[in-house]
Design a binder for this molecule. Structure first.
Ligand code: ZN
Length: 491
């Protein structure tokens, strides 16, 4: 029996991990030479392929799953197909490799470029956090250990293999796949899988995270030129539901962004923007530059505080082929942010500390975007108690993360095991989202020429998933199920 098993992002938006098992195989080593060992002599039944291998983030009950051994022994997984470079989709790969996974990790070239800086940075941050806990004895674990190190992350990068969009790639005689555009972030893809089972070919579609629709008018914060691949047809669809119960504003975010920043500067405060270091940060910087050049925002110092800040800019500027006309215009007009006067890129800890010591009005853009780690923690610990400051969210905040707690209006948040009072202004610009909202998801689904036999919803909080399920049943009359963690479904 061939099946899919939902090993993550079921009941939550993080920890994306879906296993395809092709079922018992015959003489699988004949036929296509894929360079992959498909023998089942060790008792393992079927070719086993993971779609994504992401970190669980947010609530402790989820994060603890990162520390559990892989539910499927890592050495028995034959390959990983990666949809995109967000940590909740790729962030557990170094751990999987550490546990014995030796197969290839297939991803688009831009995703590989991004993982090349994001995964080592993630390992580095985890080492820093473990060091902090050991120094101040703030963990119940003695010693506190990183989930994986920067070196572990570097090691896993060697297993990446590039596959371009629309190139069909065979993994075994019964399993092949190709990437199509998801239009979520740079390099992001959906995965079309063709699986031969019981004498027939089954078409599976894994949506990964689905980006905004094509229209710049409907999605004014959109950076990429494409919308998600349309006219897909599949027997089984596994799709995300992050914004299954919400709609984004369709207004231009710039006037509100300009007002929020200008008001903060007038009262002598600092703007702190927690943002994913790649793409989201650069998108914000280009809009900010535009607002400064047109006199809508005062020219205060801007700090982009991330160890990978400059490399992230290089990748952003390198992959022009994926950007919208508006983004391409800004890159052409303003060049690389690294050369802009008044914009500073802090890569060392010393530079980061100097920002912390400064109290003139300024704008600090720092990761992580959901305040789960990274240098933004230091900035927020110092500046959240001051009502002159502004915390401006431009990304999704998964429930249970510090970002979600701050955004919810809570009076305090724990940072480095100490309570920090929240007196700063807190605001969010939802237009920056790279996820299609409910209306856009339905618009995309309407392009399918026929209904799949079944659609499984993943990557959503329970409310979002069940509301999207109801909307799809009502509007499309599709058979839609909400995937459960560890559930196996026959394909
Ligand atoms: Zn994503």
């Amino acid at each position: 029996m061939a099946y899919i098993q939902f090993l993550g992002a079921a009941g939550t938006v993080t920890g994306s991990k879906h296993l395809i098992n092709t079922g018992a195989m015959g003489s699988a080593s004949t036929g296509t030479n894929t360079g992959i060992n498909t023998s089942d002599s060790d008792g393992k039944s079927g070719f086993q392929c993971l779609i994504d291998c992401g970190l669980f983030q947010g609530k402790k009950e989820w994060r603890e799953r990162n520390w559990q051994p892989s539910p499927i022994p890592a050495a028995e997984i034959d390959a990983v197909i990666l949809t995109h470079a967000h940590l909740d989709h790729c962030g557990l790969l170094p751990r999987l490799v550490k546990e014995g996974f030796r197969g290839p990790i297939f991803a688009t070239p831009a995703t590989i470029d991004l993982c090349g800086i994001i995964l080592p940075d993630s390992g580095h941050l985890q080492e820093e956090e473990a060091d902090f806990h050991n120094k101040f004895r703030t963990s119940k674990h003695d010693p506190a250990l990183p989930l994986y190190t920067e070196e572990d992350a570097q090691a896993c990068l060697k297993q990446f293999q590039p596959v371009g969009f629309f190139e069909s790639h065979a993994l075994s005689p019964e399993l092949s796949f190709r990437f199509v555009r998801a239009a979520h972030i740079l390099g992001s893809s959906m995965v079309e899988v063709a699986l031969k089972t019981n004498g027939a070919t089954r078409r599976l579609l894994f949506s990964g995270d689905i980006g905004r629709v094509r229209s710049q008018h409907t999605a004014p914060g959109k950076v990429l030129y494409a919308g998600p691949q349309e006219n897909e047809s599949a027997d089984v669809v596994v799709m995300e539901s992050t914004y299954g119960n919400r709609e984004h504003p369709t207004t231009d975010p710039r006037p509100e962004m300009a007002k929020l920043i200008s008001d903060t500067v007038k009262r002598g405060g600092t703007v702190i923007v927690p943002a994913f270091a790649v793409e989201r940060t650069q998108k914000f910087l280009f809009m900010l530059k535009d607002l400064m050049e047109t006199g809508q925002v005062p020219r205060v110092p801007v700090f982009c505080d991330s160890p990978m800040a400059i490399k992230a800019v290089e990748i952003f500027v390198k992959h022009k082929e994926e950007y919208s006309e508006e983004t391409t215009r800004m890159i052409a007009q303003y060049g690389s942010p690294v050369n802009w006067p008044g914009f500073h890129f802090a890569t060392s800890i010393q530079e980061s500390k100097q920002i912390n010591d400064s109290h003139v009005p300024q704008i600090i853009v720092s990761s992580s975007g959901m305040v789960t780690g990274g240098r933004v923690l230091h900035h927020l610990a110092q500046r959240l108690p001051d009502p002159r400051n502004l915390v401006l969210f431009i990304g999704f905040q998964s429930p249970g993360t510090r970002g979600a707690i701050i955004k919810s209006g809570a009076p305090e948040v724990s940072i480095y095991s100490a309570p920090v009072p929240i007196r700063a202004q807190v605001a969010a610009l939802e237009q920056f989202s790279d996820h299609a909202d409910t209306r856009e998801l339905l618009e995309w689904l309407h392009t399918f020429p026929s209904a799949p036999q079944v659609t499984y919803l993943v990557h959503g909080e329970p409310d979002a998933a069940s509301q999207l399920q109801a909307a799809m049943q009502k509007e499309l009359s599709w058979n839609v199920q909400v995937a459960q963690w560890m559930e196996k479904v026959e394909v």
